[in-house]
Design a protein around this ligand. Structure first.
Ligand code: FES
Length: 177
C-alpha cells in the first residue's frame, strides 16, 4: 500500500477509548515487530503492517510497540497521525478513498464523492454503522489518466461515473452476501 505523507486532522490523534478495543492476534503483531528486528526506525512500516490487518492501530498495541521499540508514545502518535494511511480510530472493513487530485477533480471526482456519501450515508472520515465501509478522500494516487479514481483497500477503480461507483460498492456488499 502506498504511503501518503499528508498531515491529518488533529482529531485523529486522540487515542480510541479502551471500550472500543478488539481482540488482537498477538502472535502476528510479535511477528511484525520481529520482522523489522525491533528497529525504531521501522516504526512507520510496523504501523503500516498492523494497519493492513486491522485497518487502524488498536489502542492495546500502542504500549507493546513503545516498549518493544524503546520509543515514546508521543513519537508513535506523531507518526500515526502524520500518515493518512494509518488511523488511530477504528475504520471499516473496506476503506473507500476518493481521489480529489486535480485530474480527478476535473473529471468529476466531486460527483463520485457525492454519490458515495448518498449511497453509504456517511460523510468523509466516517464509517458506516455496520463497520463495513469508511469513506475517505485522498490526493493524487498516480492513475490520473483513469480518473475519476477511487481505491477500495488496495484495489483501484477508474473511469467511474455516479452509477459506476455505486455498482462498484454493491459488488463489495455482495461479496459478503
Ligand atoms: S489526480 Fe486522481 S489519480 Fe491523479
Amino acid at each position: 500500500m502506498a504511503v501518503t505523507g499528508d498531515a491529518k486532522h488533529e482529531a485523529d490523534a486522540r487515542p480510541v477509548p479502551m471500550e472500543q478495543t478488539i481482540d488482537i492476534d498477538w502472535q502476528t503483531v510479535d511477528g511484525i515487530i520481529d520482522k523489522y528486528r525491533q528497529n525504531c526506525e521501522a516504526l512507520l512500516m510496523i504501523l503500516q503492517d498492523i494497519s493492513d490487518i486491522y485497518n487502524y492501530i488498536p489502542p492495546q498495541v500502542v504500549p507493546v510497540l513503545t516498549q518493544r521499540l524503546g520509543i515514546k508514545e508521543s513519537l508513535l502518535y506523531s507518526v500515526a497521525t502524520f500518515y493518512k494511511t494509518i488511523s488511530l480510530k477504528p475504520r471499516g472493513k473496506y476503506i473507500v478513498s476518493v481521489c480529489t487530485g486535480t485530474a480527478c477533480h476535473v473529471r468529476g471526482a466531486e460527483k463520485i464523492l457525492d454519490a458515495l456519501q448518498d449511497d453509504l450515508e456517511v460523510d468523509v472520515g466516517q464509517t458506516t454503522p455496520d463497520a463495513r465501509f469508511t469513506l475517505e478522500s485522498v490526493r493524487c494516487i498516480g492513475c490520473c489518466a483513469s480518473g475519476p479514481v477511487i481505491t477500495v483497500n488496495q484495489e483501484t477503480h477508474g473511469g467511474l461515473d455516479r452509477a459506476g461507483v455505486i455498482e462498484t460498492i454493491d459488488a463489495y456488499r455482495e461479496t459478503e452476501g
